[in-house]
Ligand binder design. Structure first.
Ligand SMILES: Cc1cc2nc3c(=O)[nH]c(=O)nc-3n(C[C@H](O)[C@H](O)[C@H](O)COP(=O)(O)OP(=O)(O)OC[C@H]3O[C@@H](n4cnc5c(N)ncnc54)[C@H](O)[C@@H]3O)c2cc1C
Length: 477
């Protein structure tokens, strides 16, 4: 009898793991178990009354680097090339990003010339931050917070405005708590290898396997900064699901896993309420803290390590305005915590992807709310009403972008515990989990946003690597 691999979680990580397993020459029997009624996890696209696309989760995927290319290859394998909406390098959404500081929008400088010019809100040209980086010795600690790393290498303004905002934009997190080693491994590695972020990024680029396809070549030639899909990013999990079903993978939906136990022969029993599955191997692509509660007593040390990988909530408010105009054209703006503790940033969706605007001309924006403000409200057990988030979002659109008329359409979602936080020492948690799994020879492989990257590209790669480990193949092939 062939092996059975059960994949837990039908978000993009679990779907990717199942996809790469199902394509192997001697594919095992694969069962994908999703707790909710739909696949895709945080990737969710909904249509407005006029056909406009509203992304409730991710809205753009970066094509850069080996992981970006790998996802484009996947898109082509799924036959989605004609659905891709690129943001080309010469487009305002690729060139312009803003910070909202001191009650005004400031364009972030780009290119060498931009670094030499004064660029408010920074008091000096960013050239000086670069010079500081080139002359600062290598750090000695095995890990450091993003804030401390940026302050040491680039100065306190870059740390408290740019890196604080970046941590809020990517992780909805606090740069004084997040780990540079785990959140921005390329920056950490650049310092370790080349003693400088700038030198490391310049000299270290272009490594890794060079994947090739027509779509990858097009993305490179046109210098895409990101891409989406015509019907929204949820098209990707939908296409993966269709592929899996065609390959004979059992995809179970609405079946939350409620316990895992080890049987005498070293196989797993996966409990699903009133039924169960048997598995020779499990790939877990559910959040680490959820897995920690399902593991059997024999895996208590692993459960302890996983339970410390926490996640924060984000409120996503999609707004549509009829006949409104933005004061600037770009991808969007981020807001440092010193400026506004409530708003993480605003994405100008219509600028990057006007094809998704729908039939009535309207401006689509997404306001992201979270950070310490939301954490405090959650900790106090406050009632978090849709009205509260909508009011705060509309207020931000009015103050920060001058959109004073009420929106014609609005969607509000609170995504609880949606973004994992790689806090200082995250790498040690991963090491102790890996050591436990190896020492106990547990047939369990971890994948998903809880571990080594929250971006969609990272999650797909984590699923691919998990599948390669289970199959015993070389992950970089
Ligand atoms: C608001 C927001 C905006 C984002 N924007 C971007 C962006 O623009 N670009 C980008 O690259 N990334 C972005 N991200 C990050 C990225 O979307 C996520 O990190 C990624 O989708 C996570 O995928 P995952 O499969 O690892 O986890 P999830 O999506 O969390 O999937 C896990 C799945 O497991 C299921 N599950 C949980 N418990 C059980 C159980 N007991 N039994 C069975 N199933 C279970 C869940 O229902 C879920 O479907 C964003 C994230 C959010 C929240």
């Amino acid at each position: 009898m062939g092996r059975t691999v059960v994949v837990l979680g039908g978000g993009i990580s679990g779907l990717a793991a199942s996809y790469y397993l199902s394509r192997a020459p001697c594919a095992p029997k694969v069962v994908l178990v999703e707790g909710s009624e739909r696949l895709g996890g945080w990737i969710r696209s909904v249509r407005g009354p006029d056909g406009a696309v509203f992304e409730l989760g991710p809205r753009g995927i970066r094509p850069a680097g080996a992981l970006g290319a790998r996802t484009l290859l996947l898109v082509s394998e799924l036959g989605l090339d004609s659905e891709v909406l690129p943001v080309r390098g010469d487009h305002p959404a690729a060139q312009n990003r803003f910070l909202y500081v001191g009650g005004a929008l400031h364009a972030l400088p780009s290119g060498i010339r931009g670094l030499l010019r004064p660029s408010p809100p920074f008091s000096k040209p960013l050239f000086w931050a670069g010079l500081r980086d080139l002359t600062t010795p290598r750090g000695k600690d095995p890990d450091e917070t993003v804030h401390s790393f940026a302050q040491r290498r680039l100065g306190s303004e870059v740390a408290s405005l740019a890196m604080d905002s970046l941590c809020r934009g990517v992780f909805a997190g606090n740069s004084r708590e997040l780990s540079v080693r785990s959140c921005f491994p390329s920056l950490f590695q650049a310092e370790q290898t080349h003693r400088s972020i700038l030198l490391g990024l310049l000299l270290g680029a272009g490594r890794g396997p060079q994947l090739d396809s027509a779509l990858i070549r097009q993305a490179r030639a046109e210098r895409w900064s990101q891409w989406s899909l015509r019907g929204g990013l949820e098209t990707l999990p939908q296409a993966l699901n269709a592929h899996l079903t065609s390959r004979g993978v059992s995809v179970l939906q609405g079946q939350p896993v409620c316990g895992l136990s080890l049987q005498a022969e070293g196989r797993w029993k996966v409990s699903l309420g009133d039924s169960s599955l048997e598995a020779d191997h499990i790939i877990s692509a559910i959040p680490a803290s959820v897995l920690s509660k399902l593991l059997p007593a024999e895996a208590a040390p692993l459960a302890r390590a996983l339970s410390t990988i926490t996640a924060v909530s984000v409120a996503v408010v999609n707004l549509q305005y009829r006949g409104a105009r933005l004061p600037v054209q770009g991808f969007g703006h981020l807001v440092p915590s010193s400026e506004d503790p409530v708003i993480l940033g605003i994405v100008y969706d219509s600028v990057a992807f006007p094809e998704q605007d729908g039939s009535s001309p309207g401006l689509r924006l997404t306001v992201m709310l979270g950070g310490s403000w939301l954490q405090t409200l959650e900790a106090r057990g406050c009632v978090l009403s849709q009205e509260l988030f909508q009011q705060e979002a509309e207020k931000a659109a009015a103050t920060q972008l001058g959109l004073n008329e009420p929106p014609s359409h609005c969607l509000v979602h609170l995504h609880k515990n949606s973004i994992p936080q790689y806090t200082l020492g995250h790498w040690q948690k991963l090491e102790s989990a890996a050591q436990f799994l190896a020492a106990q020879k547990l047939p369990l492989t971890l994948a998903g946003a809880s571990y080594e990257g929250v971006a969609v590209n990272d999650c797909i790669e984590s699923g691919r690597q998990a599948a390669a480990r289970v199959l015993g193949t070389e992950p970089n092939s």
